[in-house]
Design a protein around this ligand. Structure first.
Ligand SMILES: O=C(O)CCC(=O)C(=O)O
Ligand SMILES: [Fe+2]
Length: 354
């Protein structure tokens, strides 16, 4: 009897990393091929977008730098990305974050599978299955998904014990990001001439953070397969620690794909759907994707910030004016209803529009 009765079972049982070692299997690979009608090649060269570097130290003092504030405002209103520096973490610490992630994905498959997601669970190790459409192509990525904040939301059974430093490093990283988030939310509000707690109030006391550790194995068909298909994040904001060398993350701006520039000392930040809603569309939540590479693997760590699921979010009153009418409805638990929304509209944020 064959080990796997059909392709679907094999896809479910194996990691993308394991599948990448069976690259000759055309039927397996077909499940990852991205359907493009215009024949676009996924790994065609695209121009580089230099993401504006924002010094958070200049935003957090009472006499915040107007220039820095404007720089942040204008970047978040156009490409939706900033590179955050002076974030209170040493570069050597960010290297540790990269290192524990890499070490986890280098473990033998059997050890990683100890942390496998459970059926219908969201936390744990695994890759995408076909939840939405039988025909949708799959992302070329293995992932470890963990709720990292608040502490009582953590389920430690999914937290790797190997490498030993994993938990300590990720806990410290999360704690530092919590402090940074407060500063950033205040600065975002001030940059729009709002009371500094305008966004924080909506975020609520019970805001949460989730971590998605992405691992992209080398891919035999980079022209046809994406690491992550084009999407916007459902978060308020997302922090990314990405690979130091591979410029695989791309953003759509003015209808054209650009490579997102890398700054190894910075933390990359992008606007998610929920800050776009709170800002009544002033801050843009960018459409982004990740391309694959035939020779090299890549890791990235995305931390998604979410508001208290019990709290309603919507455009801040002061941003709704005669010349800027209200664009979005008031909504609750945007993430909980995310998948439902994907099915309702072209993109989840479309369904939140008035
Ligand atoms: O790999 C990256 O750089 C970005 C990943 C991403 O967009 C995501 O996990 O939502
Ligand atoms: Fe994303």
């Amino acid at each position: 009897m064959a080990e796997f009765p059909n392709v679907e079972t094999e896809l479910m049982a194996k990691s993308v990393q394991e599948l990448s070692q069976k690259a000759e299997s055309k039927t397996l690979l077909e499940n990852f091929m991205y359907d493009v009608s215009d024949g676009e090649s996924m790994n065609a060269p695209v121009p580089l977008l230099e993401i504006p570097v924002v010094d958070i130290g200049l935003l957090s003092c009472p006499s915040a730098s107007v220039e820095e504030m404007q720089k942040m405002q204008s970047a978040l209103s156009s490409c939706g990305y900033i590179q955050v520096i002076n974030h209170g973490m040493e570069s050597s610490f960010l290297d540790k974050v990269r290192e524990v992630q890499k070490q986890f994905f280098q473990l033998p498959e059997a050890e990683k599978k100890i942390y496998s997601k459970e059926v219908n669970g969201i936390q744990g190790y695994g890759h995408d299955h076909r939840i939405l459409s039988k025909h949708a192509s799959l992302n070329w990525a293995d992932r470890l998904f963990l709720i990292v904040y608040p502490e009582h939301g953590r389920n430690l059974k999914f937290w790797p014990k190997n490498p030993k430093a994993f938990r300590e490093v990720i806990e410290e990283y999360t704690e530092k990001l919590g402090l940074l988030t407060e500063v950033i939310f205040k600065a975002m509000a001030k940059s729009l001439n709002l009371e500094e707690d305008s966004f924080l109030k909506q975020n609520g006391e019970k805001a949460t953070m989730s971590a998605r550790f992405n691992y992209y194995p080398p891919c035999p068909r980079p022209e046809a397969v994406l690491g992550v298909k084009p999407h916007q994040d459902a978060s308020t904001i997302t922090y990314i620690v990405q690979d130091n060398e591979l410029e695989s993350l791309q953003v759509l701006k003015d209808n054209q794909w650009f490579k997102v520039s890398i700054d190894p000392h910075a933390i990359l930040l992008n606007v998610g759907n929920q800050v776009e809603i709170m800002s009544n569309g002033i801050f843009k939540s960018p459409l982004h994707r990740v391309v694959t590479n035939s020779e090299r693997e890549r890791c990235s760590l995305a931390i998604f910030c979410f508001p208290d699921p019990e709290k309603e979010i919507g455009p801040v009153d002061k941003l709704v004016t005669e010349s800027n009418p209200r664009l979005y409805k008031t909504i609750k638990d945007y993430v909980g209803n995310h998948f439902q929304r994907i099915q309702q509209a072209k993109t989840p944020i479309e369904a939140a529009k008035i």
